[in-house]
Structure formats: C-alpha cells, structure tokens
Design a protein around this ligand. Sequence first.
Ligand code: ADP
Ligand code: MG
Length: 334
Amino acid sequence: MGQIQLNHVSKSFGSVEVIRPLDLSIEDGEFVVFVGPSGCGKSTLLRLIAGLEDVTDGEIMIDGKDATGIVPAKRGLAMVFQSYALYPHMSVRKNIAFPLRMAGLDKAEQDRRVNDAARVLNLTDYLDRRPGQLSGGQRQRVAIGRAIVREPAAFLFDEPLSNLDAALRVGMRLEISELHKRLATTMIYVTHDQVEAMTMADKIVVLQAGVIEQVGSPLELYRRPRNIFVAGFIGSPKMNLIGGPEADRHKAVTIGIRPEHIEISEEAGAWEGTVGVSEHLGSDTFFHIQTAVANGPITVRAQGELGLQYGQTVYLSPRAEHLHRFDSKGLRIQ
Ligand SMILES: Nc1ncnc2c1ncn2[C@@H]1O[C@H](COP(=O)(O)OP(=O)(O)O)[C@@H](O)[C@H]1O
Ligand SMILES: [Mg+2]
C-alpha cells in the first residue's frame, strides 16, 4: 500500500512561507512527479512527506493513518537522494543490505531481499565490488537497491539523475520507469526537468513559489494548461505566447500556440514573417521566425528536414483547434 494524502499542508522557515497551504492526493501505485523551477519548494514538499521536515500546519496521511507526527523511519517510505550516499568501504551487497542490518532482520531474509533487488537492478554480478569500482549509473542503482530492500510503501526520489551525464540520464529514466512497472509501488519523483516529468509520470504536480499550479497527467497538462506558467513550462520547444488583442478575437490577453501546431508555408498564411535561425535535428527542424504579431521570434517545429533560407519571407498559420487563450491574470479561458 502507498496512498498518501496531504491536507492543508504548509511549511515556513522563520517568517518565509515556502509551501503555501496545499492539498494533494497520491494514489497507491501511482508515479507522481513534482516539477518546477529551482527553489519552488519541491524538495521541501518531499521532505515533509518523508518526515525529514515538520509541517508548519496541516496533516499528512499515509494509507489512511495520520503520519504527521511520526518519525521518518516509521513512515514506511524510502528516500533516494541525488548524492548516492553509499559507504565506500562496504561492498555493494553490504551497502544494499545496510538498512536491513540496522533493522535486525535475520541473515537469510537479508540475503533473499538483496538478491531479489540485485536481480531487478542488474547488479547481481557486482555485489562483491566496492562503490568506487562502479559507474555513476550503477552507483545510483545501488542507492535504489538499498531503498527496494526495505519494501517501502512508497519511494521518494529527489533529483536522482542530476549527477549523471545526458545519455546516462535517459537510460536511467527508462530503468526507473521499468522498475515502477515491475514493482507497482507508489513513487514520488522530484525534478526540475519537464522532459523527465512528461516521460515518467502518471501524474505531474507543477509547483511554482510554493504553490501547486496544476495537477494532471502529462497529456492533460500539455493539452489544457490551466495558466500561462504551466503553458510555458510544459513542452519543448516552449509554447509561443503572443500578447495583444490584435492576435485574437476572443478577448484573450495572451494566446499560446505550440511550435508543432503552426503550419509554415512559402506561399500564404495568417502571419507573414522572416526566417531567423534554423535548428536542424534531422527528425525535426525548429525555425525561429520574426513576425509583426509577436515581440520575440515565433518558434515553429517542422517534421523532418525542411530547407528555408535565413532572411526568407514565409507565412505561418496556427492551427485553430490548438490555440490556447489566457486572460489578464494569465488564466486559461475555457
Ligand atoms: N532549511 C531551510 N531553511 C531556510 N530556508 C530553506 C530551507 N530549506 C529550503 N529553504 C528555502 O525554501 C525554498 C524552497 O527550497 P527547496 O524545497 O529546496 O526548492 P527546490 O527543491 O524546488 O529547488 C527555497 O527558497 C529555499 O531557499
Ligand atoms: Mg530540490
């Protein structure tokens, strides 16, 4: 089991309220990602759930029981940090078994759990090595193994991939998703990287300045961001945000259109523009187009390879069904 409920939870450090009162439900077995810019309170929220910080107000329920005043070790949760915090002088086996030794489990049960975790994580051949003899990705797997053997109600990950290089991050991202499918245990995963959030989450919680801006599945957030912040944060390249009433007849103060939802033509279209920098990725081409409707360049994503010259005149047509409209407060207009 791993159902977690936050009721009116807030956190202040001194006079600074870093988590504003919020409610959140996490279902058993869900993969939930907290995402937002640096300093928005992601780690603090995770640490409140873990019990590493005390709430200023509100309550935290775990599997229907009030866990608000319970010490971290008794909450049945396991945390995996960005720094792996492995013991360098101990073998991988001993590192993974460490929490079980501390809990006084008998040796046979320790071995069973360590071997199971090693198998799931492809670490069986490395159990007798020291952490110093492992790659960064393998060390991160050892840290995850140490969490798995505790058989927690939920795993809490705080930016676990931030120390890895880009290629390894993508690999580990898939491994953690795969692990979630196999274990079917609740996971709460903190990242500032919206691509990690989009690719891994069942449910994304977007945070900004200690406030939940939106909760939803990746595609809900992509399709119907409820405000400009979420619109700009989710999606890569970013949604184009175009100001001014001349852009729209629905009284929207800002309209948004994603780069993949704009047609580009050399002949005709709604907005005339001039081609600026082009980025050729092979699978896609990103064009940055200067127009009279937007202050900055409008980014357009074309599928595959498309050759347009720098300085050339083109025409852009936003696909009407993909326009997002926002009012003067930045809230979505239905
Ligand atoms: N122990 C602390 N004492 C005072 N301020 C803190 C403490 N921990 C975090 N903060 C502040 O709370 C805010 C949120 O921090 P944090 O949760 O670490 O953000 P994130 O993980 O999203 O980058 C930041 O402004 C940070 O400086
Ligand atoms: Mg953090």
